[in-house]
Design a protein around this ligand. Sequence first.
Ligand code: NAD
Length: 350
Amino acid sequence: MKLLITGGAGFIGSAVIRHIISDTKDEVVNLDKLTYAGNLESLGAVSKSSRYVFEQVDICNRAEVDRVLAEHKPDAIMHLAAESHVDRSIDGPAAFIETNIVGTYTLLEAARQYWNGLDAERRENFRFHHISTDEVYGDLEGTNDLFTETTSYAPSSPYSASKASSDHLARAWQRTYGLPVLVTNCSNNYGPYHFPEKLIPLVILNALESKPLPVYGKGDQIRDWLYVEDHARALYKVVTEGKPGETYNIGGHNEKQNIEVVQTICDILQELRPQENNYRDLITHVKDRPGHDLRYAIDASKIQRELGWSPEETFETGIRKTVEWYLNNLDWCQRVQDGSYQRERLGASA
Ligand code: NAD
């Protein structure tokens, strides 16, 4: 099977590619614009595989997307390319509208034209897998409810509203044109190669430099955390075994308050890199994010029941692996933080 993966230089996309190249015999075409969030260094050794090709392309550029489809003739598309950081969407929503909505529309149209041109057997087997977030469902404040595949959409931020729009487009292309679309909505991911602007890596790296550990408001926001490699395994299962037209929620059954996450990281660091002052003393409460959702929680029983997927990591095992990975890969973090991962690639393509 040949998979076209958009956003393959990002946090989750790179985990999907590492999984496919290492654990299957499939081929991968990585289509990525390389925004600030794209880092080819996250692909490591797999990028040298003869089953891996990289195309630096913007999903909003229809002619280029058409060219990639015609040249590589994939059997499936896994669409992960997106602007993904909620705080950035509040400061500057335009890029979110452009990539997440217009880009997804452009990719769907290109995929539809390509799919229409396939022979009957390849048409039948083709898949368009749209990867989305549980944030489209909004907030579960004050309830014990879980998000299911039929929960109504109620996005709160420009990021989640743009992802909700793209989910609607993907499902409409299935319903109206018959494009074999699958949608997955997943909870918060964490793990190796996560950019230091996100909570978990930010806390680890700030703590190591004895900098304040910023926590929004009281830190009582609840997220359901999933180890990124568990997500990668789930996505591969969905694209290879899922039923077109279906949605699958993916979650880790790991509901934690943000403050608990930060305290756990401090305690692991205290054990692995002991220091005189407790890392917990660095925790600093900062003004809450506007429109901040209080609780997300996923019911992942459908993917477990129908496709036999469940997470291999608990939060306790996954967060320990993550802290250890950052401690062992400070050079990767350094190159992200000082911008050299971008400077070198700009130099290379100039
Ligand atoms: P990320 O920001 O780490 O990576 C996004 C990738 O997309 C980058 O490599 C970037 O260069 C690329 N990209 C951005 N705009 C592009 C464009 N116009 N054309 C081509 N490539 C472009 O994001 P992530 O955390 O890996 O998330 C991947 C997907 O999973 C997103 O769709 C996101 O909404 C979804 N998701 C993320 C999480 C999470 O916790 N991170 C949870 C659930 C769902």
